[in-house]
Ligand binder design. Structure first.
Ligand code: PBG
Length: 325
């Protein structure tokens, strides 16, 4: 080799040396904690397939968020679980819907010290569990759905959300939401686009937590095919052109190549969602005593950062923040 005198192990000898030459860093500032808030319950309910994660009441949501803020976590992502579901998902844009109440409570508690992000989608709110409105034939109607997303975004912004995060993968959703927000004067409300969201089998536990599994069919006609990498570049370009402020890849670990590619192609803040199935696998392995859960979680976070993500959305946010103290 060219440099036979070099001995890389010299730089690995002590913890301080290793810190000095570390090429990737993980900070509490990178983390977003996803949180579920459910209407009509009187105490938090644990999600069986996601140990450590609960469906919250507004009261327990406030307590959990207070703990996250105390640990320095800058942002949370809210998902609502309504009592009433119907074909149009009307609870989603109800000004007194569960998510809107939660946003108001958290903004009351923390003001600008916390970035409140909120999922903008319909699957938690529709009785059929799809992310959009259905045609009589049962297909997801793209353009009719855009009107619903726009109305939901307005309700979320008016409740005080800092960031609206459309996750439905309808064509034109970012443009429709941006136009709607601007039209009501919510020009500062930020859009985090789930730009490259794949039709993944890793969302299973989330569908328990959010009670949103589709009643028939699957999401492959709107979420991306896991076989496609170049298409992610097109999806991100479209979303940025439509007004997205930040973009996301989801899931994270099986898609690190996508994260790395997008990092090279675009300069916008890039988020990666370490999803429910990724979390559940680590927790399950740790519960069996087969892996060290904390160590694997930290390695996952670091790998996502190393691939090029700026922001990691993860159910491990609280634990990782504790480990980073
Ligand atoms: C859709 C949505 C999903 C997730 C986030 N937003 C579920 C889906 O697309 O089926 C999954 C997140 C996770 O698995 O942690 N509103």
């Amino acid at each position: 080799m060219a440099f036979p005198e070099q001995r890389p192990r010299r730089l690995r000898r002590t913890p301080a040396l290793r810190r000095l030459v570390s090429q990737t860093s993980l900070s509490v500032n990178d983390l977003v904690a996803p949180l579920f808030v459910k209407e009509g319950i009187t105490a938090a309910e644990p999600v069986i397939s996601m140990p450590g994660v609960s469906q919250h009441t507004i009261v327990s949501l406030r307590a959990e968020t207070r703990a996250l803020v105390a640990l320095g976590v800058p942002a949370i992502m809210l998902f609502g679980v309504p009592q009433h579901k119907d074909a149009l998902g009307t609870s989603a844009d109800d000004p007194n819907g569960i998510v809107q109440l939660a946003i108001r409570a958290l903004k009351d508690d923390h003001g600008d010290d916390l970035v409140v992000m909120v999922d903008n989608c319909l699957d938690e709110y529709t009785d059929h569990g799809h992310c959009g409105i259905l045609t009589p034939a049962g297909a997801v109607d793209n353009d009719a759905t855009l009107d619903r997303y726009a109305s939901i975004a307005i309700a979320q912004a008016q409740a005080g959300a800092d960031v609206v995060a459309p996750s439905g993968m309808m064509d034109g959703q970012v443009g429709a939401i941006r136009a709607a927000l601007d039209a009501v004067g919510a020009t500062d409300t930020t859009i985090l686009a789930y730009a490259a969201k794949y039709a993944s089998a890793l969302y299973g536990p989330f569908r328990d937590a959010a009670e949103c599994a589709p009643k028939f069919g699957d999401r492959k006609s709107y979420q991306m095919d896991p076989a496609n990498a170049r298409e992610a570049i097109d999806e991100v370009a479209l979303d940025l052109n439509e007004g997205a402020d930040m973009v996301m890849v989801k899931p994270a670990l099986a898609y690190l190549d996508i994260i790395a590619t997008l990092r090279n192609e675009f300069s916008a803040p890039l988020a990666a969602y370490h999803v429910s199935g990724e979390y559940a696998m680590v927790q399950a392995g740790a519960q069996l005593g087969w892996i060290d859960g904390d160590a694997v979680a930290m390695e996952h976070m670091l790998a996502i950062k190393r691939a090029g993500a700026d922001i990691v959305i993860t159910y491990f946010a609280r634990r990782v923040a504790e480990l980073l103290q």
